[in-house]
Design a protein around this ligand. Sequence first.
Ligand code: HEM
Length: 414
Amino acid sequence: MTVAALADNLIDPDIFPAEHGPPHHLFDRWRQTDPVHWNPANPAYVGGMPGSSGVKGFWVLTRYQDVFDVSMDQARFTSHDGIVLWDVEGAELERQRANFMVMQPQQHSAVKKVIMPPFMPRAMAELAPEVDKLAAEIVDRIAHKGACEFVFDVASILPVHTFCELMGIPPQYRDQVAGYGNEMADVESRTSVSMDPMIGLFGLAQQMAEEKRRNPDGRLLSAMVNDTTLNLDPMMINQFVLVFAMAGHETTRSTAAHFIHLMSQHPEQYALLKQDFDAHIDNAIDEVLRYTSTTTNFIRHAVADTEIGGQPVKQGDKIYLSYAAANRDPAVFADPHRFDITRANAKRHLAFGAGPHICVGARLAKMQLRALLKQIVTRLPDLHPVGEPQWLRSIWFNAIINMPVAFTPERGRG
Ligand code: HEM
């Protein structure tokens, strides 16, 4: 174990904006010399996360195999003590434990059974025509303009609409739900800690839950609220809405923005995609997910004294699953820093996690990305960023939050 200088500390929300993504030079160095690396607490960092007592030190896993093994092993590594970098204790921890992402395995599987049907292949196939239609409408709206802001004016609309449709969130609440989700993801840009977005979102969740109790509609929120076997309490419903407001939106939007940004940096790859969209798009999406790992990490805690890859860890130690580092591990991905949409094993990436908590929205995210990118690549093929995109200040999300783009207006619409 080596002790990092503060300059090499992952608890620094300015790293992603400064480096345009995760600090791969650190991950590479650690993977080679110190693959289970101790990242000390950064005493100067407050965080901005409501209810958090700060960010203590943690073990950073940089090897693909270690990230995979720990993700699979719920007996030795738990989600129940928190899955994000910010530490929480006491009543706040109890409140967060109402989130199904941190429930104990038995309860987690029971809830997941209720959640999964709309994310299964058949339901996805039924949803596909609507997603395609909406993607076309989104591009219709900008096609004549020749320029726009990409992240919020284009990339964000489809994921918000789709997760709201799946959940049964009525149109009048959608902007608010997405807005609160954004505020929660953007917690580190704030200069002070504010509970307001969370309180606002929870208020809205309760209001919608009440409506679903009165008028069940068979959608996800209604299924959760009216399920008689799960007995979910109000905080569980609140946390459920919170998870989707963040997970179902910001991640997919950011991956679309990364896609456009990467294509502009790799014109030869973009030429390949334009030559044969259908042949390359699925692998290209996986390669963008691998290369950017928009959700860069989640956390587990050691249930008892144990070891990871030969490094002893103590009961209660916090383990940082670096999906970003795993996705650039040369043991799995040859020449890992090369962006290559024809990479044969791109889909082995861990950008969606692995094991019992693997992303439930992975298929949905890919379907939306494919639909939106098809519209852009075929109708506005020279769409490209103008100037440098702006990155989110975060120790968690590798996200572009502002990216002006320009393009030749679509013929007949200019
Ligand atoms: C590019 C897009 C996305 C990325 C990169 C992503 C990433 C992830 C990752 C890494 C996890 C693992 C969490 C863990 O192990 O603790 C996860 C879980 C989850 N994601 Fe996604 N996600 C994406 C899109 C979505 C979408 C579109 C939805 C829903 C509409 C969604 C809903 C969820 C949920 C509900 C979980 C929790 C699963 C569980 O704990 O059992 N995600 N996601």
